[in-house]
Design a protein around this ligand. Sequence first.
Ligand code: NDP
Length: 329
Amino acid sequence: MTFNALMVTKDDESGKTSAAITEITEDQLPAGDVTVAVEYTTVNYKDGLCVGPGGGLVRNYPHIPGIDFAGTVEASDDDRYKPGDKVVLTGWRVGEAHWGGYAQKARVKADWLVPLPDGLSTAQAMAVGTAGFTSMLSVMALEDQGIKDGPVLVTGAAGGVGSVAVALLASLGHQVAGVTGRPETADYLTSLGATQIVAREELAETVKRPLEGETWGGCVDAVGGAMLARVLGQMQYGASVAAVGLAGGAALPATVIPFLLRGVNILGIDSVMQPYDNRVRAWDRIAKDLPMDKLDAMVQPATLSDLPKLGADILKGQVKGRVVVDVNA
Ligand code: NDP
């Protein structure tokens, strides 16, 4: 029995990579304890890199990208899972070093899976996906340090991480300020619960004074670079920034002053190597705290054949919210 996968191949001579829908069989899947009938996967920033020319983070060819997926267990050699169980996967270099979710079937290690929490469908789990899971990890890290009164800033607000962070923080009762370079997304961000929209240009200038007014009670930062450096000097005394991403650049042109004189914390967030218990805790909180109507508003549906274009779009910062790919459509 064949099934469809979006396969990335590399031409040995030119070094060029290309992605195409290909029919494969189950015996081609990599080794693993659990075979999953994939139902939904998504488009994250890393997927854009892996599907695009150059292959991004892909470690072996041919490769099936897709850093997350949700579906139903078809076969299992591990006592924790049995056929029919609903599961979700994020991280563990799946879609980079091990074939991922851009296929109708995947075979992975049981340790990498999490049972789908009650109250969440496989489609909803992928509306959240790695981006939303990382937003939840960020909120949990900020809560551990204590979120101050006053608005919590979310950068890259109209993107995947940003949209879920805005909705989560608002549903937890925080004032939320969303930074966006797309003014046309203001109504969308307000509908997710943002109480203030900050234009990207306002935070785009490089740091002139290492400290500005104490403004933000916390921050989920998906952008990094010069914007993160600027935000550090605007944090309230003792407030924390969950540093998630680098959509705006990897260099951090900051001074140490916000750390020395304001006790600001940067909390590094890594969704890839999260231990099982943390992943379960985060998914349970997502099911409990994320309003599903807000989640619906973020979703753009797609199919496997849409992936190359959507991968290019996300790298240009042009995807709004979350893309949910029905691999069987
Ligand atoms: P998206 O592309 O969906 O969102 C990124 C957003 O950042 C864009 O929508 C845009 O928001 C803003 N942006 C893009 N380019 C720039 C720029 N040059 N300057 C300022 N803002 C910019 O990506 P995701 O939300 O999926 O991921 C965001 C980042 O987080 C990526 O770097 C990704 O790799 C990282 N990430 C890290 C994880 C971890 O485990 N640490 C897990 C998941 C993601 P707007 O239009 O509103 O300005």
